[in-house]
Ligand binder design. Structure first.
Ligand SMILES: [Zn+2]
Length: 171
């Protein structure tokens, strides 16, 4: 039996999928990184709703971003079609480094801004493949608090905004 129709959450999820580049969405599906739910839509019709992985650049609703497409951003190292998950992770670390340089990131645990400025407070981009598949930014020193802070995040309750097109042409 399908769950009770939840139009609001399926709308949120469709936003995330719509803001993910179609090729990237296919690639995520092929790599088993999307979550799929069966829901009723407005007309009562049963639809499959796909929740692709997202970026969590902080804790605000505007910090939830769709994942960027390396092809769309002109990433020179490798095309998406030739990428393994490790390759995509490497691409994303470059992307996240640009996001940190732009001052667009907060630590997922302590919620303080993440930067490369002195005094050094090193950070990492972490890939999480659980009920919610995502990449998030966290200080090295804050990793112990991650499991506690991550509770309650659900893939079908997030609406990811389009990714900011950072320059990933150089390391
Ligand atoms: Zn922190």
């Amino acid at each position: 039996m399908p769950e009770h129709p939840d139009v609001a959450s399926s709308y949120l999820t469709q936003t995330s999928a719509a803001n993910t580049d179609p090729d990237l969405l296919e690639w995520f599906l092929a790599h088993g990184l999307c979550r799929v739910a069966v829901e009723g839509d407005v007309t009562g019709e049963i639809v499959e709703v796909i929740a692709p992985p997202v970026l969590l650049l902080g804790r605000g609703t505007h910090d939830v971003r769709a994942c960027p497409s390396p092809d769309r951003l002109g990433y020179p190292e490798k095309h998406l079609a030739a990428m393994s998950l490790d390759d995509y992770h490497i691409f994303l670390l470059r992307y996240l480094t640009r996001a940190v340089e732009a001052g667009a990131c907060q630590c997922f645990v302590c919620r303080q801004p993440v930067s490369n400025d002195e005094p050094a407070h090193p950070w990492d981009g972490i890939f999480i493949d659980k009920e919610l598949v995502c990449w998030l930014i966290i200080h090295f020193d804050c990793k112990r608090g991650l499991a506690r802070e991550f509770k309650g995040y659900h893939p079908f309750e997030l609406a990811a905004l389009p990714p900011v097109p950072y320059d990933v042409s150089r390391d």
